[in-house]
Design a protein around this ligand. Sequence first.
Ligand code: NAG
Ligand code: NAG
Ligand code: NAG
Ligand code: ZN
Length: 367
Amino acid sequence: MSRAALRLSLLLLAALGHASAGTEHDQEHGGEDPPHSQEKDRDQWGVDYPDCAGTAQSPINIDTTKTIFSPQLRPIQLSGYSLPANEKLKLRNNGHTVLLELPESLAITGGYAQQYRAMQLHLHWGSPSGPGSEHTVNGRRFAVEIHVVHYNTKYDSFKEAMVHSDGLAVLGAFLEVGPRENPYYQEIIQHLYKIQREGEAVLVPGFNIAGLLPANLKFYFHYNGSLTTPPCYQTVKWTVFNQTMLLSRDQMSTLVKTLKNDDNKPLQNNYRLAQDLHGRRVLASFQTTFFLAKHVPSGRDGSDAEDNSSSSFHAGDVLAVLFGLLFAITALSFLVYIYKHRSRNARLDLLTKSKVIYTAATAENTA
Ligand SMILES: *[C@@H]1O[C@H](CO)[C@@H](O)[C@H](O)[C@H]1NC(C)=O
Ligand SMILES: *[C@@H]1O[C@H](CO)[C@@H](O)[C@H](O)[C@H]1NC(C)=O
Ligand SMILES: *[C@@H]1O[C@H](CO)[C@@H](O)[C@H](O)[C@H]1NC(C)=O
Ligand SMILES: [Zn+2]
């Protein structure tokens, strides 16, 4: 069994896996234009806020065939994110989103070249009929996206930081529907009914804020962009995590249906559409093309990213790997079989030979 043949079979099986995974993705595609009047306003942002019409805007679509693998991107490290229940946080409906104010003790201490303090977090979502993340990955929109907004500790305040090119860092992550209630998100979702109208706020007990982000902070995309709402300052170093999180169907439905906007209409589809990259580079802390990467001519190189079975690899990939493994095991047992067969023959040969020698020896003795 030649190495080339084995490789070819693996490739074929992987391709099959990808083809079947593709149909799943398509069901997740949202409409390209949210059916709400808010979208009209978004086109006009550039009039009052010139940055909104700039060339380094967010969100973007992340095309994983074009991201640049950058091994020097270290895992994001958080500190002070676990808050005691007696520390109360303000949760607010500002008419555009639900926003949780964060104490300054929360910080990003690793993964970025500088230190950033947390300011607030908020969510973007769709409607009962479609997803509403801001960033998309290979054209796919996810149900919900969380943004945890930080500012550089070298500035005295968020206001001062947000006008400087190295001022802000936002951590973004996607949420999808899963089988279980998410206890961390429940700490927010259970209070939404108290802040249905714009401007309403409630104090909620502290909890482990890190639970709102993926467990795996090693795999992410990184690029230079902007705030996704006016004034759209182009001062955000974005981190978008590859691992997604899950909410139960009920949690998702509560999030999407409970809040009202400034028109007293359902607050839905509060996401901005993907903006042009204008030549910007998007880095990845891991190899996005998985094990197929080695065979696709890409001109890039690097070591394999350690797969820690995050939810970020799709069913198709898993199937492909399983089939590949199965094939490898079959090939291996075949080789072992041949080897055993051969060595048994060899042993038989040896036995016959030694018999001959023995016979020869006795013949000699009797001689
Ligand atoms: C982001 O901007 C900084 C400063 O201009 C630059 O050094 C860095 O390379 C940029 N990052 C990416 C991913 O292009
Ligand atoms: C994570 O990375 C994989 C591999 O490149 C990609 O197929 C998948 O779409 C990514 N998912 C997210 C949420 O970034
Ligand atoms: C996987 O990740 C977890 C935490 O994220 C870590 O404790 C564990 O050692 C990792 N396992 C491997 C095989 O890398
Ligand atoms: Zn946001």
